[in-house]
Ligand binder design. Structure first.
Ligand SMILES: *Cc1c(COP(=O)(O)O)cnc(C)c1O
Length: 413
């Protein structure tokens, strides 16, 4: 823990894949005085953020903002659309997909957890945790469901436990090809505002997201983007819900208000984040994360360590998972790096505990903060006795020096 008499100098390197480093501009916006959440200024703020956030999800339809972490918004998505005993198809991409599956079971939903059937040399215990969703498996399962018992297909867009992004458009095509009416629900808690995401175009019925990843806010708000079909499903869905119920919120949101006290100061932050992200342009934001990710992967390749994601087509732009050599406890490496260099890395979750660590490249970062992260990891790996094939720091520097950021991100001469 931090002690006042031993506060480290300089900035802490928060390189976990969420919460991400929050820009000073957002922290300052959040420090404004809290206002009356029923007053006229609030209505203007509410309408502003509710309008802006639709542009981030790329939807014309309502987006609900909850004062809750992403887990709450998972529950909201399920409880607003499903009834007890409903059958749902979920896909095991990693720890977050597994947690969502567990939640659905606890809510009284009957889940089927599809998984990759192949093997993996580095992680025999979790072969599917190195790959994205295989839409053909979903299509084959839906085709067998001639009675249309499956009410929803649930997938994670950017699996934060592994650093693998799934092709959501291909899942929609699979559902359509099977001629199946199931709703498509997508967790883009860590994908939104870092990786390309299109709620309407990809025919997603409910997208779940959160504040503390790509949106660069502190934790504390989360989202449901909802299609007209999902709103229709709500009318007959019987799972108990009250706080999470969409109907009253959608109604009051029309004027920019909520049925309860929303977290005003986080909404100031959201308003600022929307200005920053929409001002930069979503395509530029996505390209910036892709470039950062490539620079960080160059380091892992130079070290000669396996990247958690085994399929280059679906590398995450948000984070990179690194598998440590057999016998090296990845959490011990992380602890050492934190103690020595004040740098926090993501832990291996669930089936990956101790076998890998995660480097975040999202939030308030730039080329030099990422070079510093790579340097901290390289020093920590060497101190832990890991034999490295070459210098990751050099590889990342070469990548960033050799691939200039788009002109829009460079300072004027
Ligand atoms: C962070 C995250 C969650 C959990 O969100 P909380 O805000 O911690 O409740 C769920 N799914 C994914 C993919 C995440 O990245």
């Amino acid at each position: 823990m931090l002690q006042l008499d031993s506060h480290p100098t300089g900035r802490h390197f928060l390189q976990i894949p969420g919460p991400s480093p929050v820009p000073d501009r957002i922290l300052r916006a959040m420090s404004l005085p809290t206002i009356d959440h029923r007053g006229p200024e609030f209505g203007a703020l509410g309408r502003r953020v509710l309008g802006g956030i639709r542009q981030i999800f790329k939807t014309q339809h309502p987006v609900i903002i909850y004062p809750a972490s992403g887990t709450g918004a998972w529950e909201a998505a399920l409880s607003n659309t499903l009834s007890p005993g409903d059958h749902v198809l979920m896909y095991e991409t990693g720890h977050f997909a597994s947690l969502w599956n567990k939640m659905a079971t606890r809510l009284g939903i009957s889940t089927e957890f599809l998984a990759y059937g192949g093997t993996d040399e580095h992680l025999p215990q979790a072969p599917g945790w190195r790959r994205g969703v295989q839409a053909d498996l979903i299509e084959a399962r839906l085709r067998k469901d001639t009675e249309k018992k499956i009410k929803a297909v649930c997938v994670v867009h950017n699996e934060t436990s592994t650093g693998v992004t799934s092709d959501i458009a291909s899942v929609r095509r699979a559902i359509d090809a099977a001629g199946h009416p199931a709703l498509l629900m997508v967790d883009s808690i860590s994908g939104l505002a870092s990786a390309d995401f299109r709620h309407d175009e990809w025919g997603v019925d409910v997208t779940i997201s959160g504040s503390q990843k790509g949106l660069m806010l502190p934790p504390g708000i989360s989202f449901n983007a909802i299609s007209p079909r999902a709103l229709e499903a709500m009318k007959s869905a019987k799972l108990p819900r009250s706080f999470w119920a969409w109907d009253e919120i959608v109604e009051m949101n029309k004027d920019g208000y909520w049925p309860y006290t929303p977290n005003t100061n986080l909404l100031y932050g959201l308003s600022e984040a929307l200005d920053m992200i929409l001002g930069e342009g979503l395509d530029n934001v996505f390209a910036r994360h892709q470039r950062w990710a490539a620079g960080v992967r160059a380091a892992v390749n130079a070290w000669g360590l396996p990247i958690q994601c085994a399929d280059p087509a679906v590398y995450s732009p948000v984070l990179t998972g690194v598998i440590t050599p057999e016998g090296v406890d990845a959490d011990a490496v992380r602890r050492l790096i934190h103690q020595r260099f004040d740098l926090s890395l993501g832990t291996g979750l669930g089936k990956l505990k101790g076998r890998m660590f995660r480097m975040g490249h999202l939030g308030d970062s730039n080329d030099l903060t990422l070079v510093a992260m790579v340097a901290g990891v390289e020093m920590g790996l060497k101190l832990s006795g890991v034999k490295l094939a070459g210098s990751g720091v050099q590889a990342t520097m070469d990548y960033f020096a050799g691939h200039a950021a788009p002109a829009a991100l460079q300072k004027a001469a």
